[in-house]
Structure formats: structure tokens, C-alpha cells
Design a protein around this ligand. Structure first.
Ligand code: SAH
Length: 366
């Protein structure tokens, strides 16, 4: 395995999904099934040395050695919460680092994967936003997070990761061209083989990306709604200025399309005295009543410098009950890993910020 420290001119095979890997092999005058064999070595058997891929010809292994590699980010730290949640910090070229979280439950193991270094969307309650934005992750850097967690935690034959959520740092639909091939690898039977139900992309509401995703890779969709009217939503999710609630819900409707089983998960972070009043719950119910949906209420997780508090337990319960009475499937998300800052919205990684906005913010100018 090669760690990602120096620049390299070799191609990183982790950047390729099945069709592009077959394309690469065609350019090398190799048969497409060679690409499929390599995928199985890497993702199913966890083998990263070409000379151990014994069903490839000696010549091909030598050629691969010369022009290709498997380049993984370096793990800077690993923490484990008292509740069993793991958090890793991986360094990526450019001096920054991103976080990945694994949440074990009795019936599943969910990996929360980052898609960007930092985030440009500035949601006012989110720790990642505070870090500013640095760059998109590559397909290899995204799928590496899955490979590394699986191979770190696996003890026997059985897979450890049963679900992947693109809910770590970044806005996945603003890194579409790298995220989709990575998700295709998560789904591919020759690699991780997860079903579409078990791979979830969460978006703050990038409407054109939602429409593209429906055609290219229709995984489960989660939408960070967080407010039931435009005035409030624009305050806490500034992207709402560009794609308002009406236009976002219309895209969700198109995403569900005619698939009878598909439904959208709406995430709603509970912010005390901001978006948690009874009238907000009624407004939310009215918005969602005709859409096959499920609401995930997320207790706000605090981070230093973020000026919100979490709604009380009672408030969250009454909010949930109003939605349930309106016939909307609603659950309150259990907070996991907060003792190691691994809970929703606490992923800060380490971002060499390139945005002027946050330079100004640090200087107290905005
Ligand atoms: N950009 C994508 C992916 C991030 S997912 C998106 O917005 O959906 C992370 C989820 O955690 C989102 O629903 C986000 O709004 C939520 N979140 C962010 N900060 C949070 C916080 N401090 N407490 C609880 N949830 C938070």
C-alpha cells in the first residue's frame, strides 16, 4: 500500500469505477475481465500489492507496477467513543485532513464518509462550515475511507460496513464527478456490493445535482431541510437563496418519480427557539404530506463558537408527535460519538482554508 505523501505520476487505480477501469485496461490492450479481477483483489480481498494478484499474468503485474498504484490517505489519528463509535482523521495532499466515522449498531455498521475538505455552504450551525472550504476529494480519497475502515475493523470473513452515508464533511453534490464513481464502487458486486437502499447521499439541497443523481446513480437520498419556510431556512442554510423550498421539494418529487418504494429522508436539526416551535412542526407536516418521506430529527450537537443550543427533550418529543399525528414517519436520531466530537455536524477535520470569506470572519470583519 502506498501512502499519499509525495506527488506521483502513476495513476491511482482507486480513482476508477468499473467502467473507467475497463476503459483504462482497453487502452493498455488488456481484456476488460482483467479490470474486474483487480477490483476483486482490491475491494473484496483487501490486497494492495500487484505482485500478490496471482491470477494476473506476470507481464501485466510488471506493467501495473510501472504505471499504476493504490494511493491511500495517511491515517493521522483514530479515536474510539465509549459507545463504540470510531473516528479517523486522514491527511490528504495539500496539508489538510478529513474525518470518517464508523457507527456500530446491533443490526448494522454505518460508515459516515466525507466528500470535500471543508465545505463552502456556510450552514450556520455546522462545525465543518466554520473551517471554510479547501477542495474536492478525489474518487480515490472517498472510496479509500470505506476500504480503510473495512480493513481496519474486519476480523473474520464477514463485512463490517453494511451501510454508507455521505454525511461527513462537505456537500457531496458539489463534488458530483468524484462522488458518483465512488458510490458506484460501493454498489458494485465486484467491490463492496451494497444495495442502493444502504448507500445514502445527504445534500443541503443542490437541485440540479438531485436531478442528475436520479439518472446516474439513484441511491437513497437525504435532504437537510432544517426549516419549514424560506425565511427561516435562508437564515440557517444560505443555499436556500439559490434553491428555495418549493424548488427543492419539486426536485425531491422528481427523485421519487414512479418508484413506489422510494422515499426521501428529511433531516431537521433541532435548534432551541429557532426552528422548534409547534407552528414549525405543523408547517413541516403540511410541506411533506404529499411526498413519500421520512423525517429524521437531529438533536443539535454543539461545537465551540457555534451560537445555538439544542432543543429540550420535551420540545423534540412534542415536535415529533405533531409530525406523527399528521401521518409523517418521524424518528429522533440518536446522538453517537459526541465524546470524541464524531456526532453530526461536529466533523471539523483540519482544513487549510482557501476561502476569503472565512479569512474575513477570522479577522472579525463579517
Ligand atoms: N452537506 C450535506 C452533508 C453533510 S451531512 C448536507 O448538508 O446534508 C451532515 C448532517 O448533519 C446534515 O444534515 C447537517 O445539516 C447535520 N448537521 C450539521 N451540523 C450539525 C450539528 N451541529 N448538529 C446536528 N446536526 C448537524
Amino acid at each position: 500500500m502506498k501512502l499519499d505523501s509525495a506527488m506521483s505520476s502513476r495513476v491511482n487505480l482507486l480513482d476508477y469505477d468499473r467502467s473507467s477501469l475497463e476503459g483504462l485496461f482497453a487502452e493498455l490492450d488488456e481484456k476488460p475481465f482483467r479490470a474486474r479481477q483487480i477490483m476483486q483483489w482490491i475491494y473484496q480481498r483487501g490486497v494492495t500489492q500487484f505482485d500478490q494478484m496471482t491470477d494476473l499474468s506476470k507481464l501485466l503485474r510488471v506493467r501495473l507496477e510501472a504505471m499504476a498504484e493504490l494511493r491511500f490517505p495517511e491515517t493521522i489519528s483514530e479515536q474510539q467513543s465509549v459507545d463504540g463509535t470510531f473516528k479517523w482523521l486522514h491527511s490528504v495532499p495539500g496539508g489538510s485532513a478529513v474525518e470518517t466515522v464508523f457507527i456500530p449498531e446491533s443490526d448494522r455498521g454505518t460508515l459516515c464518509v466525507s466528500s470535500q475538505v471543508g465545505c463552502a455552504l456556510n450552514c450556520t450551525f455546522c462545525a465543518t462550515a466554520r473551517q471554510g472550504y479547501n477542495r474536492n476529494l478525489t474518487t480515490g480519497e472517498i472510496i479509500s475511507q470505506v476500504w480503510m475502515a473495512e480493513n481496519r475493523l474486519k476480523t473474520g470473513e464477514d463485512r463490517v460496513i453494511s451501510n454508507v452515508v455521505m454525511m461527513g464533511m462537505g456537500e457531496p453534490l458539489l463534488n458530483y464527478d468524484a462522488v458518483v464513481p465512488a458510490m458506484k464502487l460501493m454498489l458494485d458486486d465486484l467491490s463492496f456490493g451494497l444495495s442502493r437502499r444502504r448507500v445514502t447521499l445527504s445534500t443541503a439541497g443542490v437541485v440540479p445535482g438531485i436531478d442528475r443523481l436520479a439518472k446516474d446513480c439513484p441511491v437513497s437520498l437525504a435532504v437537510s431541510l432544517h426549516a419549514p419556510n424560506d425565511e427561516l431556512r435562508t437564515q440557517i442554510v444560505p443555499l436556500n437563496k439559490k434553491y428555495n423550498i418549493e424548488c427543492l421539494l419539486a426536485a425531491c418529487k422528481r427523485y421519487v418519480g414512479t418508484e413506489s418504494k422510494r422515499r426521501i429522508t428529511f433531516e431537521y436539526v433541532m435548534l432551541k427557539d429557532v426552528n422548534d416551535r409547534e407552528e414549525h412542526a405543523h408547517q413541516l407536516a403540511a410541506l411533506l404530506v404529499e411526498l413519500p418521506s421520512k423525517v429524521n430529527l437531529i438533536p443539535f450537537n454543539p461545537s465551540p463558537g457555534i451560537p445555538y443550543e439544542c432543543s429540550s427533550k420535551n420540545t423534540i418529543n412534542s415536535f415529533r408527535d405533531i409530525l406523527l399525528e399528521a401521518g409523517i414517519n418521524t424518528v429522533t436520531r440518536k446522538t453517537r460519538g459526541d465524546d470524541i466530537d464524531a456526532a453530526c455536524g461536529q466533523l471539523a477535520g483540519s482544513v487549510l482554508d482557501r476561502t476569503k470569506r472565512s479569512q474575513r470572519m477570522k479577522a472579525g470583519l463579517s
